[in-house]
Design a protein. Sequence first.
Length: 320
Amino acid sequence: MYLAVDGGGSKLIAVLYDDGLTEICRARSGGVNPTQNPLSSVKEHIADCVSQLAPHLGIIECADEVIAGRRELFEEELAAKTEVKRFRPIGEPQAGLFAGACRLNGLVAISGTGSDVFLIQNGKVVCTVGGWGPVMGDRGCGAWIGLQALRALGRAANGWGKKTNVTDILEAHFMQTTGLCALRAVLASPAPYRVAADVVPFVAQAAREGDEVALEIFERAGEAIARQLEALIQRAPEHTEREIVLCGGAWKAHGRMLDACREYLHRAAPEYVIKRPCFEHVLAGPALRLLESGMTEKETRITLAHKFPDFIIDEGEIFS
């Protein structure tokens, strides 16, 4: 029995599976990254996730963990319920490459609740740009996108910014009569950056409606990630990898973000190719296990697609 875990700012997912990669059960709960969630909520979400697994637990040979934050809290909770022979932490960038491309070498651009870009060789990070957290930057991430929308709402409400559909959408979401009241609701939250990241779907809704402000936010987000990639390429000129795998929920919000990233990078470094990920992060452990067993990248992609179809992100990349 094996366990694959993925925990970040907005969710915690765990998949229990056997030697043949047959899924036994899965569990899902809220975010566990303490930079976006109060510690009390992190503990609550971990306990909830493990309790969902509990009826199906036996001896776990290896628990592969892609957890941003207090990984030891999850390990303690799980170890209290069953024997775990080995905990194997997998960094988020490696998880993006293993699950996203079923490879051990490549570049990864993450835009989830936070953002950063990486060069990975033989499964190890050798160079990184970004990742300073929501206070210091994380430009182009979900929290950043949400903050730009909230700031645009504030400017419009005060009368010096462009009118935007984001105002009406967020007023309805927060059940407030004005944009400024909606902003106060965000500031009253114990985790305002988490709330900002949760705003992204509403910014995407406004963008789909053709809202100029929302579309501009996604364009700036894509360019921000591309600039980080450009800096990474310049800092590590000796590498031979030319494929960049995208990871994180922010990329799924609106296509303008990906288009802007590709357009900028094509001008700055035309030899590089941006690819959508094959699978969600939670399959990093199973992917690494197959690669370590001697499977090729393509064999690994096809096997995971057959065994875990619910976690496919881009089927076209799997069979390319």
